[in-house]
Design a protein around this ligand. Sequence first.
Ligand code: NCD
Length: 380
Amino acid sequence: ETIDCTGYTCLPGAVDMHVHMRGGVQAGKEDWRTGTTSAVAGGVTVVVDQPNTVPPITTPELLRARVREAEERAVCGFAVNAAVVPDADLAGMCRAGAMAFGETFAAPSSYGEGLDAETLRGLFDRIHALEGLVTIHAEEVSGPAPATLADHDRARSGAGEARAVQKIAGLAPAGMQLHFCHLSTAASVRAARGTVEVTPHHLFLSHDNFDPDDTRARVNPPLRDEKTRRDLWSCWDRIDVVASDHAPHTVPEKSVPFETAPSGIPGVETMVPLLMAAVQSGRITLASVIEKTSWKPAAILGIPHAGFEPGDRADYALYPDEITRIDASRLHTKCGWSPFEGLEAVFPEEVIVGGTRAYAHGDLREERPVWYPGRGYLPL
Ligand code: NCD
């Protein structure tokens, strides 16, 4: 099949190294088919799933079952991370093809209480011995259940995030591969050691843009105020990866009082389109978008890189010049809403996965060019 790229900007497929594809008992929120369709429609050709599933991925059996679920339903490349809790079979999950460990704790939000320094140090030593990559969700949590977005910002403050980053960086053995997930302030980015990830929502949204108790904007780490959001852009050159932290919840689940609403917002389909609009407006370079959404995450994960050299993976997305506005009703996520509604974006018109045209002009093709680049992958 010949693909005519005339008139388009052709980017390597994005590697979104932080998504929650749900599925299993959480399939009402999203499943591997809808989540990866949403990914492809946004120019993402590899997703890395986080292990806070129900139940969390703590054994090789659960990891293999997760991979099988993805193989049956995904429409793009994927990999699966292993949860890090003291009784998890870390070596077994490594052998079963876990891509990375975490998003790891120091985060009470996903794994109960978080872990104390000694336990963390011990887990880091074990992961280092396995030559594993650890991806870290760093935060401090204080106070009662928040009633507003500003309360939530205070309860999981930017200052607490920066302290947690520093503490964790100090606990990891020298030479260990560390990756900090979804850092939300300039101070945290500067405090990090290893590689740094930020999300599109911390770059493009602040809590000043929403009603004080709008549960749809509730996410961990919280949206910050407008000044903090703008400051985050000042670190653009230090940021290694932009990843979506795609964390869909349904409208009914979000339609409860703020104090009890789940945290998390969808974002895998709008990540590159928002960045491409920022390229068009001259805020950032196209090269920096390719670096932070494609080649850096691929390099961090140690997976084949989509690109333009002979032998590179043929994962591409073709972007037009026209800027449009995000319309949640046209997105492919099962959750059916977006906090980015109305923002400027450039969506890909065609997406090629593994040399096959997987998506064209709003429609997914029949083929499912799934591939699974898990570390140490053994055939199932
Ligand atoms: C995550 C989710 O829903 O899986 N939500 C989020 O706000 N990032 C879990 C979490 O990290 O709290």
